[in-house]
Design a protein around this ligand. Structure first.
Ligand SMILES: Nc1ncnc2c1ncn2[C@@H]1O[C@H](COP(=O)(O)OP(=O)(O)OP(=O)(O)O)[C@@H](O)[C@H]1O
Ligand SMILES: [Mg+2]
Length: 263
């Protein structure tokens, strides 16, 4: 969105956000601020509410209680398509391509609907997104036939085609091999360096710590830690609840322990 931020206005302000599915309370009075330019990694065990949090920011879910603001504007009741048009893009945990369309057509849909572009401008935005995600060579292939790495690239390409101000990444490294990870990490680094604020949920913690400026840990719908990656990974509550490590040991987990976190 075109709004300029003053120094005191975060890009995202989440206040006392709670969400339930029926009787299941998934998020509980969660408050969080994200400043423009940050790359925030989100960790937490399965079922902690991480994807739900991104759905509440992107607008596919409306919170039971609480508010979400974007650049100072309350968007809690704004629908997902409005948020997409105003700079919020989500790369889904489970890729959701239009399987019957080509890779390029999939990205064109985002450039048009979410990005608000038409004709040549939409085509240029789509091709740029495909090039950034190393998918240009597959532009005319059927999206339904892609392997996992390419599906993840396509999910990110669709998000980038709308030229987001805020990019929400839900486990884009999940399921990839170690050999495939550097490309994804470099992609996130490049998108961030180009000026996009990023929130990245990931179980592959060493991928997150390679690029994140800040880490938060969510457990049972509550934030239990928020700080630099080293601070959060050394936090006793994080170590005991999420890492399954002895909270009495004060040193941060070593790389072996972090790599043991692959989902
Ligand atoms: N649409 C839904 N209807 C009912 N329950 C849901 C729905 N979506 C999620 N849940 C439940 O809400 C809880 C939080 O789910 P969420 O997907 O936010 O967790 P997560 O932290 O992203 O987990 P994971 O690491 O496994 O992706 C889980 O218990 C999940 O089963
Ligand atoms: Mg999830």
């Amino acid at each position: 969105m075109g709004r300029e931020l003053t120094a005191a206005t975060p890009l995202v302000r989440i206040e006392e956000l709670s969400h339930s599915f029926g009787r299941l309370r998934v998020l509980s009075k969660l408050s969080l601020q994200i400043d423009e330019g940050e790359l925030v990694g989100v960790i937490g065990p399965n079922g902690a509410g991480k994807s739900t949090l991104l759905s509440l920011i992107s607008g596919s879910l409306v919170p039971t209680i609480g508010s979400v603001s974007l650049a100072g504007e309350d968007i809690t009741r704004r629908p997902a398509h409005w948020r997409a048009r105003h700079g919020v893009a989500l790369s889904h945990q489970v890729p959701r391509p239009f399987g019957g369309m080509s890779v390029l057509e999939n990205v064109l849909v985002s450039a048009s609907l979410a990005g608000g572009r038409r004709g040549r401008a939409a085509a240029d935005a789509a091709m740029t997104a495909l090039e950034r995600t190393h998918l240009a060579g597959r532009a005319n292939e059927s999206a339904g036939a892609l392997r996992l790495l390419d599906l993840k690239r396509l999910e990110v390409a669709r998000a980038l085609a709308a030229d987001p101000r805020l990019l929400l990444l839900d486990e884009i490294a999940g399921g990839l091999t170690e050999a495939e990870l550097p490309e994804i990490i470099d992609l996130v680094r490049e998108v961030h360096a180009a000026g996009t604020t990023i929130v990245w949920i990931e179980h592959v913690v060493h991928a997150l710590t390679a690029v994140a400026t800040r880490l938060v840990c969510l457990t049972y719908g509550e934030l239990i830690a928020d700080g630099t990656p080293d601070e959060v990974l050394a936090n006793p509550a994080v170590r005991s609840v999420y890492l399954g490590l002895d909270p009495e040991v004060e040193t941060p987990p070593d790389d072996d322990a972090r790599e043991g976190l692959h989902a």
